[in-house]
Write a protein that binds this ligand. Structure first.
Ligand SMILES: NC(=O)c1ccc[n+]([C@@H]2O[C@H](COP(=O)([O-])OP(=O)(O)OC[C@H]3O[C@@H](n4cnc5c(N)ncnc54)[C@H](OP(=O)(O)O)[C@@H]3O)[C@@H](O)[C@H]2O)c1
Length: 321
C-alpha cells in the first residue's frame, strides 16, 4: 500500500530519513480494526520519530502519522484515539506505563490503511470533516487536557500560550477563547501573532516580551527558548502546564523563583478516550473547529514536513487520501 514512512533514524537530518513509497498491507489482529485513511494530520511527533526520539531503533521502518480519520471495512466513518494502552489496562490510558502512541510501536496513519485496537476508534462526528477529525487525536486532545483537566483555570482568568502558530498552540488559543479565558499569546513573527488574534487571542506579544501583568497560567510546548519568560510571567501561586519542549528540555528550572512564589509546574501528555469524546462534544456545542493551515494530498507530504521543520506552520497540516 502507499505510505509515508521513516526508513531509519536520522538525528541530524530528519528529512533524509523520510520515504514516500510502498509498505506491506497490515494484518488485522483479533480485536483490532482496519481503517481506510481519508485524512491524517502532521505532528511534531513525526519529526521526533524521523530523528529517532521516542522509538527503538529496531522498530524502523515505521509508517508515520499519529492521527487520522477514515472508514472501517463496514463503511462506518471513524476517527482515532492514538494512545494504545495494554489490553489489561483499566482507567486513564495515558498513565499506563506500557502505553504507546501510534508510530512508537505500531505503524501510523500516513498510509492507505492503519490497524488499531477496536477501542481506539470513535465515531466521526457528522459536523466534522475527515480533515478536521484528523486534527483531534493528538494536538487538540493534548490542548484540551492541558486547559481543562490540568490547569484548574476558571473562566475570566488569564492564560498565556507560548507559540502562536503551532498545532497545540492554535488549539489552546481557540479552546481557551471559547471557554471564557483571557487569552494572551507570544509569537515569533507579525504574521504568527496576527494569526493568533484571528483565532481569538485577546492580545499577542513578541516572544519574550514583558506582559502588561502576570498571568494565572502558562501553557508551554516550546521549552528552553521560552521557559524563563514563562516563569517570570506567572503570578505567585500560578501554574505552568507543560506538554512539550520543542527548543530543548534542558532549561534552568529557576527553583528559587518556583518555591518562593509557590508556583506549580504540571506535565500533560495526550488525553484519555473519554476526554477525546468530551473534546468532540465541546467543539460541537461551541462551534470551535480545528485550525487547518495546510491541506495536501499524502503524495506531497514532504512539503508539510519541510514547512514544520522550518517553523512555517499556521495551525495543523493535514494530508488527504
Ligand atoms: N505531550 C504530548 O502528548 C504532546 C502532544 C502534542 C505535542 N507535543 C509536543 O508539543 C510541541 C509542539 O508540537 P506541535 O505539533 O504543536 O508543533 P508545531 O505545530 O510545529 O508548533 C511548534 C510551536 O512551537 C513554537 N516554537 C518552536 N520553536 C520556538 C522557539 N525557538 N521559540 C519560540 N517558539 C517556538 C512555535 O511558535 P511560533 O508560532 O511563534 O513560531 C509553534 O507554536 C512538540 O515538542 C511536541 O512534541 C506533546
Amino acid at each position: 500500500m502507499f505510505a509515508v514512512y521513516a526508513a531509519e533514524p536520522n538525528a541530524q537530518d530528519p528529512l533524509a530519513a523520510l520515504r514516500i513509497g510502498e509498505r506491506p498491507e497490515p494484518e488485522v489482529p483479533d480485536g483490532w480494526v482496519r481503517v481506510a485513511i481519508r485524512a491524517a494530520s502532521l505532528n511534531m511527533h513525526d519529526l521526533w520519530t524521523l530523528r529517532g526520539v521516542g522509538i527503538k531503533p529496531d522498530r524502523f521502518p515505521m509508517i508515520l502519522g499519529c492521527d487520522g480519520a477514515g472508514v472501517l471495512d463496514d463503511g462506518t466513518e471513524v476517527m482515532l484515539h492514538s494512545v494504545i494502552s495494554d489490553p489489561g489496562w483499566v482507567g486513564d490510558e495515558t498513565m499506563d506505563p506500557k502505553r504507546t502512541l501510534l508510530t512508537e510501536k505500531h505503524q501510523g496513519t500516513f498510509a492507505d490503511h492503519v490497524v488499531v485496537p477496536a477501542r481506539n476508534v470513535l465515531p466521526k462526528p457528522a459536523g466534522l470533516s475527515f480533515a478536521e477529525a484528523a486534527c483531534m487525536g493528538t494536538a487538540w486532545l493534548t490542548a484540551y487536557r492541558m486547559l481543562f483537566v490540568k490547569s484548574g483555570l476558571r473562566p475570566g482568568q488569564t492564560m498565556l500560550v507560548q507559540g502562536a502558530s503551532g498545532g497545540v498552540s492554535t488549539a489552546l488559543i481557540a479552546l481557551g477563547r471559547a471557554a471564557g479565558f483571557r487569552v494572551w499569546v507570544t509569537g515569533r513573527s507579525e504574521r504568527k501573532r496576527a494569526l493568533a488574534e484571528r483565532l481569538g487571542a485577546h492580545a499577542a506579544f513578541e516572544t519574550g516580551a514583558r506582559l502588561p501583568e502576570r498571568v494565572d497560567a502558562v501553557f508551554e510546548t516550546v521549552g528552553k527558548a521560552t521557559w524563563s519568560h514563562s516563569m517570570k510571567s506567572l503570578k505567585p501561586g500560578g501554574i505552568i502546564v507543560v506538554s512539550g519542549a520543542t527548543s530543548g528540555g534542558d532549561a534552568d528550572a529557576e527553583l528559587s523563583r518556583l518555591f518562593f512564589l509557590q508556583m506549580r509546574v504540571v506535565g500533560a501528555t495526550m488525553g484519555t478516550r473519554d476526554e477525546l469524546a468530551d473534546l468532540l462534544r465541546f467543539c460541537e456545542l461551541s462551534g470551535v473547529r480545528p485550525v487547518i493551515g495546510t491541506e495536501l494530498p499524502l503524495e506531497r507530504a514532504e512539503e508539510g514536513f519541510r514547512a514544520m521543520l522550518a517553523g512555517e506552520t499556521a495551525g495543523k497540516t493535514v494530508f488527504t487520501r
